[in-house]
Design a protein around this ligand. Structure first.
Ligand code: HEM
Length: 539
């Protein structure tokens, strides 16, 4: 027995001995430092769990109903995935349940207080210092990964669009329609005897991108084929990163993004675009140029505004490049998606196509083929159809997205807290039968027949009350006038020069992911050049 105990003392194998007497002896005999790793780990995890619970219990201090999470302690990544793939259902259900009262939408990446649309009348009076739109767009578009964060540094583009580009739009009509015509001839099938299946999203992105480039980067950059291709490819990668990376927790995004070729392509392209922009800046210091409008005077662009704004000249060319690419990415994607949605809507309802073509024909006779800015603007049936597409196929399910920068108490009593995100569920509102009778039904002439006078004073390009196609308030889309006229020129030319045939019926082609919605890029449509057309060009 003593020999056994001595052996145990020496080897420390007491824990393997099964006789309790031997174990007691062994324990007394050898003091082994206890292993605290597991208890410490458990305490650590427990504390994190407690903090999480505490945060979850206190996050809803204002007592708003919570939407988007299945149960209080649901892990954020599950909530995030649910919102990514079920956003439309989540928002529709919540709209029906809480219509008229605010609720808290848990997206998994952050929480939004979703406000009923009539709150915006009061909120529109607040400045960017209280409600910030750009901080919210940068967050939702993963600006930290794809350069969209540049909008946090400057609002030069917003000022340039509203105060320089918009007033000059009548002078853009001629040059823009010339460019649109050229790119259509180059990239759309010209055969008038047979149908060709085409992936129109890609084509519209090129046509829309070419048209936008005139006012974003101006001449001669807009005619630089390499530069334009870089901008176009950039748009695809920017949005690819947004859609994919939003599925992951932010903490992982910073590292995982580098495993995606799209990130490397963006990085490399940015360097190349920056090189071209810097060279052009230098060149324009000595040789100012810009494409002349039909009246002979040079056209402004966001690029020239950058050059002329003394303060912004202190920004380095990297930031300026980022800004140009961010505007073209946002603008091109929205314009291409919208035109495609319009074509699919009109294809599914061909009797409206007849009405709109008739209107174009009449306008052509009236202006004697001289399509100036006003001619494109005075097409009330087309304008009404554009409103209907934007109602049923918005690019974003929610709009009026803002970050609260200072606590603000709404007149109804709810306090918006600093750091909170807010938005309006504009897509559910657009599908509400009480707001738009028979809302699920597409009626291209809804506005036209529903009160022509109101329709004429509140055209598609405008922001009115709680109609959210361009958002609302002082931070509504600053590119709306530009987008509206360019899309009208493109659509008028498309309807005049091409026939379309759907490959699918209905809206099977649309998708929604996160808060974004649109036409599936792979959707194909058959297209054939018309044998007889008016050949419309702006002047
Ligand atoms: C069919 C085309 C377009 C649609 C439907 C559209 C729609 C919108 C919407 C709904 C917003 C959010 C407004 C809000 O929250 O109140 C927005 C913001 C914005 N849009 Fe557009 N947009 C389009 C085209 C364009 C184009 C072509 C440009 C520029 C060239 C542009 C530039 C911007 C900018 C810079 C903002 C952010 C404004 C800010 O918060 O500072 N958009 N757009």
């Amino acid at each position: 027995m003593m020999t056994m105990i001595n052996e145990l003392r020496m080897t420390g194998l007491n824990s393997t001995v099964t006789n309790p007497f031997e174990v007691r002896l062994g324990t007394m005999a050898v003091w082994k430092k206890p292993d605290l790793t597991l208890p410490l780990l458990l305490i650590f995890l427990g504390s994190i769990f407690m903090i999480l619970c505490l945060r979850r219990f206190t996050e809803n201090g204002d007592g708003l109903p919570v939407v988007g999470r299945a149960f209080m302690l649901e892990p954020s990544f599950i909530t995030r995935l649910r919102f990514a793939f079920k956003s439309r259902d989540i928002l529709t259900d919540a709209y029906q349940k809480y219509n008229g009262t605010p609720y808290r939408l848990i997206r998994g990446d952050t929480n939004f207080v979703v406000l009923p649309s009539d709150y915006t009348t009061e909120l529109n009076r607040l400045s960017q210092e209280v409600l910030n739109s750009r901080a919210c767009h940068a967050f939702s578009l993963c600006g930290h990964l794809n350069g969209m964060n540049v909008v946090l540094h400057t609002d030069l583009h917003v000022r340039a669009l509203l105060s320089t580009i918009t007033p000059s739009l009548p002078r853009f009509t001629g040059p823009a329609s010339q460019r649109i015509g050229e790119s259509m001839n180059q990239i759309l099938p010209q055969d008038s005897n047979r149908w060709t299946e085409v992936d129109l999203m890609n084509k519209f992105a090129i046509i829309g991108g070419q048209a936008l480039a005139l006012s974003v980067v101006g001449s001669p950059l807009c005619d630089n084929a390499e530069f334009m291709q870089l901008l176009n490819e950039n748009t695809e990668d920017v949005f690819f990163l947004v859609f994919i990376m939003r599925l992951l927790p932010r903490i992982l995004q910073y590292s995982v993004v580098w495993f995606l070729p799209a990130k490397w392509r963006l990085w490399w392209r940015h360097k190349r675009i920056e090189g071209i922009v810097a060279t052009e800046f230098e060149r324009q210091k000595t040789q100012p140029t810009n494409l002349a409008a039909s009246d002979g005077s040079p056209l402004p662009s966001i690029f020239t505004c950058m050059k002329e704004t003394k303060k912004e000249n202190t920004l380095d060319s990297g930031v300026l490049t980022q800004l140009l690419t961010a505007i073209s990415a946002g603008g091109t994607f929205s314009v291409a998606n919208f035109i495609f949605a319009f074509i699919l809507d009109i294809l599914a309802h061909p009797h409206f196509l007849k009405d709109i073509r008739e209107e174009i024909q009449q306008k052509n006779t009236q202006v004697d083929g001289e399509w100036n800015f006003n001619a494109f603007e005075e097409l009330p049936r087309l304008d009404s159809a554009l409103k209907e597409t934007s109602r049923l196929a918005p690019g974003s399910l929610t709009t009026y997205s803002r970050v609260v920068m200072r606590d603000y108490k709404l007149s109804g009593g709810l306090t918006l807290r600093k750091g909170q995100f807010i938005c309006v569920d504009s897509s559910s509102r657009a599908a509400d039968d009480e707001v738009y009778p028979n809302a699920g039904h597409y009626d291209a002439l809804r506005s036209y027949n529903g009160g022509l006078e109101d329709h004429l004073v509140q055209p598609f390009k405008g922001v009115y009350g709680t109609d959210f196609r361009w958002g609302a308030g002082r931070r509504a889309c600053p590119g709306r006038y530009l987008a509206s006229i360019l899309m009208k020129i493109i659509i008028v030319k498309l309807l005049d020069e091409y026939d379309f045939e759907a490959c699918h019926q209905g809206r099977k082609e649309s998708f929604s992911m996160h808060e974004f919605s649109g036409i599936r890029p792979e959707t194909k449509v058959k297209l054939r050049r018309r044998k007889v057309s008016l050949g419309i060009f702006g002047v």
